[in-house]
Design a protein around this ligand. Structure first.
Ligand code: NDP
Length: 247
């Protein structure tokens, strides 16, 4: 595992947006960020799931979160710009954004990739990441130091048979991260990508239905890297691909 011992309040006074905050790794990241003092903005498509995370955070006595229901498959650039304006109005700045939500599509031979699956995966995993990142930049730049964190995968820098659209979308995500990191190198904004590694979630179960779940990491296990990359301890880290389960 990535070796980091966060201070209990390492994210105090920070406002952090998490996409896909209703389930899986995004849900755990939202809970962990709130536990460490952050006000989290929960973005996702299933409102009931976001409300459950909201309730859990409030019940634990962490800072009260905000909810943004948004389906990234259909959302427009204007939706993301409006969202950013609301964030700036309400919070004044954004200290971090974990762009975590993505879809797997279908595992299938390249020759059989259906156009609709290709389009959906590219819409959620790539276009929406571009719209989000571009829209959020002004809010992130209002913070003295801010962290824009994309989510990649083991197939995001090495292609693998049958992982077509998903793998290709993650390569593009890493490219986007590197471009932004280079452009903002001398600013307070840092931009990186995190690779969670095999983690027990719905997506992982869909990809590997026969796997023994007890042999892989839980979302909680991988939180040290997620906390590190949002805390000021990672201020000098930029343009990196970080493995949450170590190298
Ligand atoms: P899950 O499928 O468990 O969770 C994905 C989350 O994203 C859900 O909350 C889901 O919402 C949300 N989401 C999906 N589509 C949309 C959409 N159109 N609009 C808004 N929100 C959406 O995935 P994981 O937690 O496993 O994955 C999180 C990230 O980690 C992904 O980027 C994934 O590629 C990456 N990853 C995961 C690995 C693993 O082993 N789990 C390994 C490598 C990378 P809802 O709950 O409503 O469906």
């Amino acid at each position: 595992m990535f070796d980091y011992q966060p201070n209990a309040q390492c994210l105090a006074n920070k406002t952090i947006l998490v996409t896909g905050a209703g389930d899986g790794i995004g849900k755990q990241a939202a809970l962990s960020y709130a536990q460490h003092g952050a006000t989290v903005i929960l973005l996702g498509r299933t409102v009931a799931k976001l409300e459950r995370v909201y309730d859990e955070i409030v019940a634990a006595g962490y800072p009260e979160p905000a909810i943004i229901p948004l389906d990234m498959k259909g959302a427009t650039q204007q939706n993301y710009q409006d969202m950013t304006n609301t964030i700036i109005d309400q919070f004044g700045k954004l200290d971090g954004a974990l762009l975590n939500a993505s879809i797997l599509g279908e595992l299938t031979p390249f020759a059989n990739i259906a156009r609709q699956i290709w389009d959906d995966v590219m819409q959620v995993n790539l276009n929406a990441q571009f719209y989000l990142a571009q829209a959020l930049l002004p809010a992130l730049q209002k913070a003295e130091a801010s962290s824009l964190l994309f989510t990649t995968s083991g197939v995001g820098n090495k292609g693998r048979a049958f992982w077509g659209p998903y793998s290709i979308s993650k390569f593009a995500t890493e490219g986007m991260m590197q471009v932004i990191a280079d452009e903002y190198e001398d600013s307070g904004l840092r931009c990186n990508a995190i690779n969670p590694g095999a983690t027990d979630t719905k997506m992982r179960q869909t990809a590997f239905p026969a796997e023994d779940k007890t042999k892989i990491a839980t979302a909680q296990d991988i939180m040290p890297a997620y906390l590190y990359l949002m805390s000021d301890d990672s201020r000098e880290v930029n343009g990196q691909r970080i493995n949450a389960q170590g190298n």
